[in-house]
Design a protein around this ligand. Structure first.
Ligand SMILES: Cc1ncc(COP(=O)(O)O)c(C=O)c1O
Length: 393
């Protein structure tokens, strides 16, 4: 068992090639020589390699990296973060079960879960994004009913941090309760959800792990038993990742720590700059000592880092926010996050779009809340860019 940074670089290896390449070869072939299950190539986990919707060498190489980074036996990768969430949820949720989710999550996830609840017939219990509210929802629960808790520890977009440690103690005591964590914002650098009893950990690989704003992908890491079963769901639903994207993601993960640490440092400097700015009404960043989530973050994060997204509310209405965004020259107005290019978006028009307006208001997601994904640029240029745009509003 090697340490995380070594896994990030070498974890892909399972089929070192006859030519001894030091990076994984990319197998684009959709079909492989196959007679029957006894006369075929198999992967290191015993799956037959015959058709690219099922199992292929380069995709498998990425899965090994993710499993070892998250500390699980195994992992699967998917065509998007949403493909990983929908495939896992179709496997886990069943008629009559209960799903507990925070009111604040990536809103397409919430939209999917609502739609599945109507189709499959289970209850979705949406609660305030806090350990107290989630534990209360569990405690009012019938222990015989299968219950799934699905959450993001750092909520998108206001960056509230949920105390996973407290939830973990309650979940470990309950046989019928499954915890699933979306670790996209926190990454394995800040959090290993498995240490807190998560049965499965999800990623939108599109963000920090692939890390270059050029891949859409998703992952689920879990026990071998869960992955064996989920493998069939992925095969049936056809939600697998493509080999070239898998290769790019393997390459991205090798530099995850150096990128993420610098992005977090840049983000902290920008949060401090925004805090002092007269044209800013509110700054949300758990790295600020004044944040109500600072102490929870210090308790549960593996490093003294607080993520690379900063949310803030400039003074003024929607028109002045639009003018502000148009004035930015380095930071691009765009809804994704996690890459080297800093991106900024109006949360109510992107990540939080499918949260109803009254719930957005309750959560503090004002119509003018901006979510800034801080990239790898020189932080002085980012501050100057923001400064010049503020000067115009
Ligand atoms: C926290 C989180 N989870 C999941 C997703 C969905 O991922 P993808 O866009 O790769 O489907 C997103 C997308 O923004 C996200 O922010």
């Amino acid at each position: 068992m090697v340490r995380d940074d070594t896994s990030a670089v070498h974890g892909w290896k399972w089929n070192e090639e006859q030519f001894g390449s030091v990076v994984t070869p990319v197998y684009l072939s959709t079909a492989y020589r196959y007679l029957d299950e006894e006369h075929a190539m198999v992967s290191d986990r015993g799956k037959v390699i015959k058709y690219a919707r099922e199992e292929t060498p380069t995709v498998r190489a990425l899965e090994r990296v993710i499993a070892s980074l998250e500390g699980y036996d195994d992992a699967l990768v998917f065509s998007s973060g949403m493909a990983s969430i929908s495939t896992l949820m179709l496997r886990v949720l069943e008629p009559g079960c209960k799903l507990i989710v925070p009111l604040e999550m990536y809103s397409t996830t919430l939209q999917l879960l609502e739609s599945l609840s109507k189709k499959i017939g289970f209850d979705v219990i949406k609660v305030w994004p806090s350990a107290d509210a989630i534990i209360d929802a569990l405690e009012g629960d019938d222990r015989a009913v299968k219950t799934v808790i699905f959450l993001e520890v750092m909520c998108n977009p206001t960056l509230k941090v949920i105390d996973l440690n407290r939830i973990s103690r309650v979940v470990q005591d309950r046989e019928n309760t499954t915890l699933v964590v979306d670790n996209t914002f926190t990454t394995p650098i800040l959090l290993h959800p498995k240490d807190y009893g998560a049965s499965a950990t999800i990623h939108s690989l599109t963000k920090y792990l692939a890390g270059h704003n050029d891949v859409i992908g998703g992952a689920v890491a879990a026990s071998s038993a869960v992955i064996q079963d989920l493998w069939d769901w992925r095969r049936m639903l056809g939600t697998v990742m493509q080999p070239l994207e898998a290769y790019l993601t393997i390459r991205g993960i090798k530099t995850l720590r150096v990128r993420f640490v610098k992005q977090c440092e840049n983000a902290r400097a920008i949060a401090e700059y925004l805090l002092d700015h007269p044209k800013v009404k509110d700054v949300m960043y758990p790295g600020l000592p004044s944040s109500p989530y600072h102490s929870i973050a210090n308790k549960i994060f593996r490093a003294k880092l607080y993520g690379a997204v900063v949310s803030f509310v400039p003074r003024g209405g929607r028109d002045s926010i639009i003018r502000f965004l148009k004035e930015l020259k380095v930071i691009a107005p765009s809804p994704s996050l996690g890459g080297p290019e800093s991106l900024i978006s109006i949360a109510s028009a992107s990540a939080a779009k499918y949260i109803p307006p009254d719930v957005r208001e309750e959560l503090g997601i004002e119509d003018t809340l901006l979510r800034l994904s801080v990239g790898l640029e020189d932080v002085n240029d980012l501050v100057e860019d923001l400064d010049k745009a503020f000067a115009k509003i």
